[in-house]
Design a protein. Structure first.
Length: 330
């Protein structure tokens, strides 16, 4: 399973569960398909799919888990059309207008009627825990999907103190300096994509694709005060990706050499091939993250854990809820 996106969180407390214990904790929360009136279900499935039955797959100290989310798909246009027809029938029959609250009740009745026949759409969300690095790495392009997985993992194991991975230097400032100097950090090369924004005007955005990022046109925008909020990089010629100001990685592409490295192992069967892919991926991703953090001045360890921040907030010891809590709610 080669991850396409990375959202990385730092464990602020030691993770002590081994694969067997973690699997036992996840078992009561295993995925169950939607019932006739369920709009959605979320639960844990074996990362190996039909080739395995364990809810945790362990390789070289890394623990992979997989969550499955199933949702009933009922097009809003279909619901609205049915509600409008029912409301018009009431209006014609009783010579009156149907109010907002009554329309809402009609909508709920329509959903109850349609839900048993609705198609169910399923999605898999993979993540792995790296206790030796104190990271949780989630294959998710959106913060909401990552939060949902963390929330369900926390519910299953009782506690999971994490904060979004942060660097000592702000990514947008560091990326702007790299591009201004036309010099990528050690171990990295510029790819051909970036996003520039005016820090004083969130609506001012310039997106560049298939461009020479060291060209004068880009330099002119930087001289005008725009900063780099997304930047395409290539790490050691083996992994291309887009990193943003939140330190999340998107559109990851592994080189054919890395893919062949996993293929060249003596894997016998789907389970061993999965294991080989997982081993190579985690080895390379770990080195990539460490090099990226080094380029950004190192990892920041100043943030309190989510649980500590929420406790202070609940007790009135904090005036505002920090961004880290908004991103990893529970």
């Amino acid at each position: 399973m080669w991850f396409k996106n990375l959202r990385i969180y730092r464990l602020t407390k030691e993770f002590t569960f081994d694969a067997e214990t973690l699997s036992q904790l996840l078992e009561p929360h295993a995925f169950v398909p939607c019932g006739s009136q369920d709009s959605a279900r979320y639960g844990w499935v074996p990362p190996l799919g039909r080739y395995g039955n364990q809810l945790v797959h362990a390789t070289n100290g890394y623990l992979m888990v997989c969550a499955k989310k199933q949702e009933k798909v009922i097009p809003a246009a279909v619901v609205n059309e049915r509600v409008e027809a029912l409301a018009q029938a009431i209006s014609d029959r009783e010579s009156r207008q149907v109010g907002r609250k009554e329309r809402q009740n009609l909508k709920e009745e329509v959903l109850l009627e349609m839900r048993p026949q609705a198609f169910a759409r399923s999605r898999l969300h993979y993540a792995y825990l790296a206790p030796q690095s104190n990271w949780v790495v989630i294959n998710a392009s959106s913060a909401s999907a990552a939060e949902e997985l963390l929330e369900n993992l926390r519910e299953a194991i009782g506690s999971l103190a994490v904060v979004p991975l942060a660097a000592k230097n702000l990514p947008q400032q560091a990326m702007t300096q790299w591009l201004t100097a036309s010099q990528a950090p050690a171990q990295f090369d510029f790819d051909h994509e970036c996003e520039l924004r005016d820090p004083k005007d969130s609506g001012s955005v310039i997106r560049c694709r298939n461009q020479d990022l060291c060209a004068q046109e880009i330099q002119n925008h930087l001289l005008a005060g725009l900063q780099v909020y997304r930047l395409g990089l290539v790490w050691r010629g083996g992994i291309a990706f887009l990193v943003d100001d939140q330190l999340s990685l998107k559109r990851i592409k592994f080189s054919s050499e890395l893919l062949e490295k996993a293929d060249n192992t003596d894997a016998d069967g789907a389970a061993q091939r999965f294991d080989a892919d997982f081993a190579v991926m985690t080895l390379e991703v770990t080195a990539l993250i460490r090099d990226l953090l080094k380029a950004l001045g190192g990892a920041s360890t100043e943030s309190a854990s989510v649980e500590e921040i929420v406790t202070k907030f609940s007790n009135g010891q904090a005036d505002t809820m920090p961004r880290a809590v908004k991103e990893v709610s529970f």
